[in-house]
Design a protein around this ligand. Structure first.
Ligand SMILES: [Zn+2]
Length: 245
């Protein structure tokens, strides 16, 4: 993918609080794991909020419901730890049926006001197709929409979900930047060559999802930045970066 420009991405002033809001266990690692590893290595604090349990992510008929849910939560925590992410919140909505409704927006708003991130990472709710061979999962679209609607204006303004403020004493909070992955219109490309192997290592923790780990590693290593060679590969993750006033 050709970027309009390669931005200096970690031009922040000091350590940042970063909240990653995505639909399924394994989404953070697949979508932006190498960037997250780079951020934690630079001293930023990264927290996950996973909206579903991932309880439909199998073709194994002996695995279902709560059993798969708890397996995937354990896998997610292990993968997060590989990337240097200590805290993982789960909302445990049923996989596959996520709705960007007011309830979900309120739940994300609550966590934004608790974690108080400077930077929020989510995925693009407008992405229906990825290339010519993938339909984007409906949960990804719902997650992106609910997260963006929670950032602005719900988390920021006290009159949205006033019960959070009045009853739970959660002060409004303004997120400064949103980084949107899984987008067809990225504005920044992060060079993640140095942390690509850590991403692969984290993905290996999602044992119920990845099949043969060696095949996964080879597939991931083949996803080089266009123009880089197999002898000297480079890797990138791309985002649309929105700086809020
Ligand atoms: Zn997913």
């Amino acid at each position: 993918m050709q970027m309009p420009h390669v931005a200096a991405f970690d031009d922040w002033d000091g350590p940042q609080q970063i909240l990653v809001v995505l639909a399924h266990p394994d989404d953070p690692e697949f979508f932006c794991g190498a960037t997250l590893a780079r951020w934690t290595a630079a001293g930023h604090q990264v927290t996950y909020l996973l909206l579903t349990c991932g309880d439909k992510g199998t073709k194994d008929i002996s695995l279902a419901g709560e059993k798969l849910c708890s397996l995937r939560q354990a896998e997610q925590k292990a993968a997060a730890a590989v990337l240097g992410v200590e805290t993982v919140h789960f909302l445990n909505h049923p996989d596959g049926y996520l709705q960007a409704d007011l309830n979900l927006r309120r739940e994300i708003t609550r966590v934004i006001r608790q974690v108080r991130p400077n930077i929020l990472v989510t995925c693009d709710p407008t992405t229906y197709f990825l290339g010519d061979s993938h339909i984007n999962h409906a949960d990804h679209r719902a997650a992106g929409q609910a997260a963006l609607d929670a950032v602005y204006p719900a988390a920021r303004d006290h009159l949205y979900f006033p019960e959070l403020w009045l009853e739970e004493k959660l002060e409004p909070h303004a997120v400064r930047e949103v980084w949107i992955c899984g987008t067809l219109s990225p504005s920044v490309s992060v060079d993640v060559t140095d942390t690509w192997e850590i991403k692969i290592q984290a993905l290996r923790e999602h044992k119920t999802q990845i099949g043969d780990p060696q095949a996964l590693a080879e597939r991931m290593r083949s996803r080089r930045t266009p123009g880089s060679s197999a002898q000297s590969p480079r890797y990138q993750e791309t985002f649309r970066r929105i700086k809020l006033p």
